[in-house]
Design a protein around this ligand. Structure first.
Ligand SMILES: Nc1ncnc2c1ncn2[C@@H]1O[C@H](COP(=O)(O)OP(=O)(O)O)[C@@H](O)[C@H]1O
Ligand SMILES: CC(=O)N[C@@H](CCC(=O)OP(=O)(O)O)C(=O)O
Length: 286
């Protein structure tokens, strides 16, 4: 009961991943307009139909900021994390678990009965504690921002076992029931680690990790976990949570973590079928 997918499909390469788990993170910037998301959804279903257990974690930072703007709340970030007052949390929850997740699930389900949306709040999937930012050595209170301390994969595993595509919004729950806004890169890395995934793929709006940011001349095609760890203190902006998440995943046993441009046609398929260097920046154990 599936719709045939258009375009070439490197299915033999994907079949090598059959039965393995892949976690894909799609950021709000990489979602771009509807057509990008449509191709992304086709690729995810193609991967699922090749027998890969695929889970999606999504962000929606720009979409949250746009909604905050509409209701007259200023969006503020400290150290790449959104300052999350109770009012901001309400908006983030409404946008992430609402329109962004529903749109993504809807596009995936155009190609078959696979996608099921949930948030990290559901079935204790992501347990979080309050996270603080650090700026110039100072600890800064950024409100209801969560750091994932525990992942319960039970619900996601049941869905994957039954051939579904779990689509997880980056919200977490404290053991006291408090809901937290979790950075989506961090949520994806934690989930990939807990699922013992074969690969983590992070789709964003740059071709990978630039070696000499803000110069956009050279993208690092691969680096080991140790090389990445040494680089982390000098990284800035949106790359910090992404690369931290890749490091966490690889250190926990995920075989590879890759950051690449989700706006390139069939970026996800290319990431899973090309070796390191084929597209984006790949972090490998070591
Ligand atoms: N070394 C770097 N290499 C690439 N991008 C970088 C680097 N340092 C900072 N960035 C910034 O990080 C951004 C990606 O992070 P972000 O905007 O949070 O994306 P997403 O919405 O996909 O999570 C890039 O668009 C770029 O402006
Ligand atoms: C704490 C924190 O900053 N949470 C993020 C969650 C969404 C996210 O991470 O979205 P992207 O992947 O599109 O950046 C936010 O509120 O923007």
């Amino acid at each position: 009961m599936t719709t045939a997918l258009a375009g070439p499909g490197p299915l033999p390469a994907l079949r090598a991943l059959g039965g393995r788990t892949v976690v894909v993170k799609v950021g709000g910037n990489a979602m771009g307009d509807g057509s990008l998301l449509r191709t992304f959804a086709q690729d995810v279903v193609r991967i699922r139909e090749a027998g890969v257990r695929v889970a999606v974690v999504h962000g929606g930072g720009p979409q949250i900021s746009a909604q905050l703007d509409l209701v007259g709340i200023e969006a503020r970030f400290v150290g790449g994390l959104r300052v999350t007052t109770p009012e901001v949390l309400d908006v983030a929850r409404m946008v992430l678990a609402g329109k962004v997740q529903r749109d993504l699930v809807g596009l995936l389900n155009e190609h078959g009965p696979y996608a099921v949306g949930l948030t990290g709040e559901d079935a204790h999937t992501l347990t979080a504690v309050r996270r603080y930012a650090e700026v110039d050595g100072e600890i800064v209170d950024i409100g209801l921002v969560g750091e994932v301390t525990e992942v319960n994969t039970a619900a996601v595993d049941v869905l994957l076992d039954h051939g579904h595509i779990p689509v997880v919004s980056s919200l977490g729950r404290g053991t006291d029931g408090q809901i937290y806004n979790v950075n989506a890169d961090a949520a994806a890395g934690a989930l990939a680690a807990a699922l013992d995934a074969e690969a983590l793929v992070v789709l964003t709006d740059v071709p990978g990790l630039y070696a000499d940011w803000p110069r956009r001349e050279r993208v690092l095609d691969r680096l080991t976990a140790a090389e990445l760890e040494a680089m982390l203190p000098v990284l800035g902006g949106g790359m910090v949570p992404k690369m931290e998440s890749c490091l966490r995943a690889v250190r926990a046993g995920v075989r590879s973590a890759r950051v690449l441009d989700g706006r390139a046609p069939h970026a996800l398929l290319r990431a899973l079928t090309a070796g390191p260097g084929g597209a984006g920046t790949t972090v490998l154990p070591g």
